[in-house]
Design a protein around this ligand. Structure first.
Ligand code: AMP
Ligand code: ZN
Length: 494
């Protein structure tokens, strides 16, 4: 018997705005599509939060015994600012800036993304298609939409006719926006716009002469609109209707709204059964974003080379920190919160490691099977990882109770406890046991550098700048950078 037959998973569906019991289209199998990164710069921790939220979903579905086909794309063309009305293609912009081929930009940041995901121990998706690898599929959809009267061509570009679509369908149902409100809230169309209405969005754009990423099509040499790639790739690999579609909350409108419109217009059916949206990671109370610079990059976190944190944190601790909030809640990134998560993680791992030496008795004083079910209940309730973690801390208490001799565990219960903790910590959350070697090395290094910082402070107090400079410079030579801040001196690894 598969676990999914005994556990009832509910998912909050952003489309119905309610929790629904999860029932896949094909029994035992799940199709899931998640919008991937636009690869024109390094992913920041906000992006990582969304991808790690869906790693948790992927892992839990697999843990329940489902055969999951997880498709997560790479946006390597077409993600225009402002739907191409006045904006540029960020990949092209970056290519110009760094004097690289656009595909070099794509390669560089795809490699970075995979590296970061690997460090977080996120599982790779089953399929990772690219927009540029699916131009033919996208052209096919545009052709179909024109034939069906849902799209029109203007000067070699093609736009989706939102008003026409809204005659038979509802545009705005995912984001809860009314088309009438959108119309009355928008200013007049810019004089140079080719669109019939400001709500219309680009399916195909004719390339300006300087635009080097271009493909032939029946309408012009050009490139596809951003929303179209996800419709093309999700349909190709998961079918016209599939189970789960995810992304960050900020993609609901217009991206996912447009995906629904494209799919409904071309296939006459609603493409997705469960829409899932992960909430934002904030820094200083504001959304982390590439464009504003209000962000922290994973390598800055792992090395400690940043102005936000007092020290370096491991990827596993950062992941644990993120899972201490539910994926639909906003989460603020701060040194205090990470420090607390690190302590919590260490406490959890200490308890887990001590299971091997725990004494057993004939009878248990603890109810392990109902505790085990509470872990499942937490995850079955829309992947509620903070409640799951609270249950794991209940286990820590139980372990300590047994150690102190105030509680007892039978051999079978100890086995269940260990299996369950293992399953949720390592399989479902995908945490790593970094305590062992990495942590030991880390604390040795902390101790040694701490001593040198102290000696340097003494030297400076004695105005012995030759010694204090030597300590700083020679540490730098071996890749350890000292940073003097208002709260004292910290270090980072270069
Ligand atoms: P992009 O590369 O800009 O298309 O973004 C990749 C993913 O990261 C999308 O699903 C976004 O919704 C998500 N994302 C962007 N900023 C944040 C943030 N501050 N917190 C969480 N997710 C984010
Ligand atoms: Zn998408």
């Amino acid at each position: 018997m598969k676990l999914y037959e005994e556990q009832q998973l509910s998912i909050y569906n952003s489309l119905s705005k309610s929790k629904e019991v999860f029932k896949p289209i094909h029994e035992g199998a799940v199709g899931m599509y998640v919008c991937g990164p636009t690869v024109y710069s390094n992913v920041h921790m906000g992006n990582c939060r969304t991808f790690l939220s869906f790693d948790l979903v992927f892992r839990y579905l697999k843990h329940l015994g489902y055969k999951v086909r997880y498709v997560r794309n790479i946006t390597d063309a077409g993600h225009l600012e402002n739907d191409g009305e006045s904006g540029d293609d960020p990949i092209l912009k970056k290519a110009r800036l760094e004097q690289l081929e656009p595909m070099e930009v794509v390669q560089k940041y795809s490699v970075d993304f995979h590296d970061v995901m690997g460090r977080f121990n996120a599982l790779p998706p089953s399929i990772e298609p690219t927009a540029t690898g699916h131009i033919i599929e996208q052209i096919d959809i545009v052709t179909k939409l024109i034939d069906l009267g849902f799209a029109y061509e203007k000067n070699g570009s093609v736009y989706f006719d939102v008003l026409k679509f809204n005659e038979t369908n509802t545009y705005g149902k995912l984001s809860g926006r009314q088309l009438e409100d959108m119309i009355s809230n928008t200013r007049e169309l810019a004089a140079q716009s080719e669109k019939k209405n400001p709500q219309d969005f680009a399916l195909w754009k004719k390339a300006e002469p300087q635009h080097i990423m271009r493909w032939p099509s029946p309408w012009s040499e050009g490139f596809p609109g951003w929303h179209l790639e996800c419709t093309a790739m999700s349909t190709k690999y998961l079918g016209k209707q599939f189970d789960i579609h995810g992304g960050g909350m900020d993609l609901k409108f217009p991206h996912h709204e447009c995906e629904i419109a494209q799919a409904e217009a071309s296939n006459n059916e609603s493409p997705v059964n469960y829409w899932m949206h992960a909430n934002m990671l904030t820094l200083n109370g504001k959304k982390m974003a590439k464009s504003t610079g209000n962000n922290i990059l994973p390598h800055e976190l792992f090395s400690g080379d940043n102005n936000i944190l007092s020290k370096a944190y491991s990827p596993t601790v950062a992941k644990f920190f993120m899972y201490q909030a539910h994926y639909r809640s906003i989460l603020d990134f701060s040194n205090d919160a990470l420090e607390a998560s690190e302590k919590g993680y260490n406490r959890l791992m200490d308890a887990y490691r001590s299971l091997d030496t725990l004494p057993t008795e004939g009878k248990s004083s603890l109810d392990i099977s109902s505790w085990r079910q509470s872990c499942y209940d937490a995850m079955n309730d829309d992947f509620n990882s903070p409640i799951l973690i609270a249950q794991l801390f209940e286990a820590v208490k139980m372990v300590n109770g047994v150690k102190e001799g105030v509680e007892t565990l039978s051999e079978t219960d100890l086995k269940t406890l260990k299996q369950t903790m293992h399953a949720f910590i390592f399989d479902v959350m995908g945490l790593l046991d970094i305590s062992s070697e990495e942590n030991k090395d880390g604390s040795r290094l902390d101790g040694a550098v701490g001593l040198l910082i102290e000696l340097r402070n003494q030297a400076r107090a004695n105005k012995d700048f030759a010694t204090s400079d030597r300590i700083r410079d020679e540490l730098l030579e071996v890749g350890i950078q000292l940073k003097d801040g208002k709260d004292g001196t910290t270090y980072s690894l270069n």
